[in-house]
Design a binder for this molecule. Structure first.
Ligand code: ADP
Length: 494
């Protein structure tokens, strides 16, 4: 019997299909981008049919790129952009509105209005682990029901279904047979009680959402449904699902309390496994479901950085100091040590743990001998200092991140990863397979299909490519971080 696993990675700008061998090696990848739509200031939408076509196109093309056939696939896993909200008619299958993407801010006025109710804010945080924000699905569903003609009546009559992207894809892939999601995606809707692991009635009432719209919530490794044979000529079981950041946590085999992963793409998401304890943050980090296996929930703390690789893009496109991102490494190596230059990339405010939306970016500490190298190095270092800020916030919430496993485009930069280890005072590990998100989905499917017998097997599969070890003394590390803290203090508005 074939032991290959097919992962669908449905992201914000593109969809990919990746075939993995049971050993976890990539056999083939197919990818298709789809258009973004910005109909008004702060609005971001996707056409659900365009998402669907990008997925089915990738699913078909991935088999053109390798000698395998559909018969060689044992199981399918899905990972997806989180929080993005879809509502469709269960009778016709038609979506009633475009997908409202996680970045969309249209429900900010509603969130502002609701945030006057301190008891509600408290309830939301304690029940869902999240902060009341347009980012999550709840207010997006509410907006669709209130603004699409006839939607509320149809929803009350039980004719509409809601899903995050995983749920929508499974529904379509199964020919409308399965309306399900997994606990990680459910935990990002702001409607899910992460302690009881069920939809919360009070929140459904608050956001005026009929329960009949919601999918059934399953473990991350479960029988989610069958891909209809009309899609690939043969039925295939969907057996693993997790939201993208949680899938990366699994792909990085962070299965022990204290293990953390950070993904350095345009922005950065750091997730720390906190075991069976849902730690409630005093620093406005998010408490979320890391994964749920065999009915047992493992929780995580999540912090994000708005500007990671995006800072390097700005150095390239805004300042034109470099021609490409990779060039930043050689330049940074040439920078004078301890040059005192700090770049605080608060282009759109500061996120965790400062939460200062009005702060704006700055480059501080310039002297006559500051050159391009020092500024580029400061841009790269800013990503490391912000990670340190998250590490500190997690520590003050009572969680101790041990080693950090890294992935994403920026993790390729050895200079950045070396400095990251220096400033964290912790080991930073970069894996051989950096496609950790898709790999996580494949691992989950493989667990359910019996290809892997336990997460211990997955832990053993994880292979380190490079370990970066701290070279600074504590005094040097503290002094550099103090410099960053003073730079941040200089630009804060609140
Ligand atoms: P996303 O998935 O968010 O599109 P990727 O994981 O593909 O992001 O990473 C791309 C980001 O990483 C870009 O913002 C780019 O500036 C940055 N990046 C890529 N290579 C390097 C490098 N060698 N050094 C620093 N930054 C890099």
């Amino acid at each position: 019997m074939s032991q290959h696993i097919l992962a669908i990675d449905q992201g914000t700008t593109s969809s990919r299909a990746i075939i993995f061998s049971a050993a976890g090696d990539i056999v083939a990848i197919a990818q298709k981008e789809f258009p973004q739509s910005y109909p008004h200031d702060g609005w971001v939408e996707h056409d659900p049919d365009a998402i669907w076509e990008s997925v089915t196109d990738s699913l078909i093309k991935v088999f053109d790129k390798c000698p395998l056939t559909v018969a060689d696939i044992a199981s399918v896993g899905i990972t997806n952009q989180r929080e993005t909200t879809l509502v469709w008619d269960k009778n016709t299958g038609e979506h009633i509105y475009p997908a409202i993407v996680w970045q969309d801010r249209r429900t900010a006025p509603l969130c502002r209005e609701l945030s006057e109710d301190a008891a509600l804010l408290d309830y939301i945080t304690h029940t869902t682990g999240l902060l009341l924000d347009p980012y999550f699905s709840a207010t997006k569903i509410n907006w669709i029901l209130d603004n699409v003609e006839g939607a509320r009546e149809k929803a009350e009559a039980g004719d509409l279904l809601f899903g995050t992207v995983d749920s929508y894809l499974i529904w379509r892939l199964s020919g409308g047979k399965s309306h399900v999601t997994d606990a990680t995606n459910a935990s990002r809707t702001m409607l899910f009680d992460i302690h009881q692991q069920q939809w919360d009635n009070k929140l459904l009432k608050t956001f005026n959402i009929p329960q009949s719209m919601l999918p059934e919530v399953l473990d991350c490794a479960a029988d989610f449904g069958m891909i209809d044979q009309s899609i690939l000529g043969r039925e295939l079981p969907i057996q693993g699902v997790a939201g993208d950041q949680q899938a990366a946590l699994i792909g990085q085999a962070c299965f022990e309390k204290g293990m953390a992963k950070s993904t350095y793409g345009t922005g950065c998401f750091m997730i720390l496994n906190t075991g069976d304890e849902p730690l409630m943050s005093e620093n406005r980090l998010l408490t979320t479901v890391g994964y749920r296996l065999d009915g047992k929930t493992t929780y995580a703390l999540e912090g994000s950085i708005f500007m990671a690789g995006a800072t390097i893009q700005w150095l390239r496109d805004g300042l034109k100091l470099i021609d490409n991102a990779a060039e930043s490494e050689a330049l940074a190596q040439r920078a004078r040590r301890d040059n005192g230059v700090f770049l605080v990339p608060a282009f759109t405010g500061l996120g965790a743990p400062y939460w200062d939306p009005d702060a704006r970016g700055a480059i501080l500490g310039l002297t006559r001998d500051t050159g391009i190298s020092e500024i580029v190095a400061a841009g790269l270092q800013s990503v490391c200092y912000q990670t340190k800020d998250l590490q500190k916030a997690m520590e003050s919430d009572g969680a101790r991140p041990m080693t950090l496993r890294v992935d994403g485009g920026m993790a390729k930069n050895d200079w950045v990863m070396g400095f990251l280890s220096d400033i964290l005072g912790a080991e930073v590990e970069r894996p051989v397979v950096t496609e950790t998100t898709a790999l996580g989905a494949a691992y989950l499917a493989g667990l359910q299909a019996g290809i892997y017998d336990s997460v211990n097997t997955l832990s053993q599969k994880w292979q380190c490519e490079t370990t970066f070890t701290p070279r600074l003394t504590k005094a040097e590390r503290d002094s550099a971080y103090d410099g960053w803290k003073s730079a941040v203090a200089r630009i804060r508005c609140s």
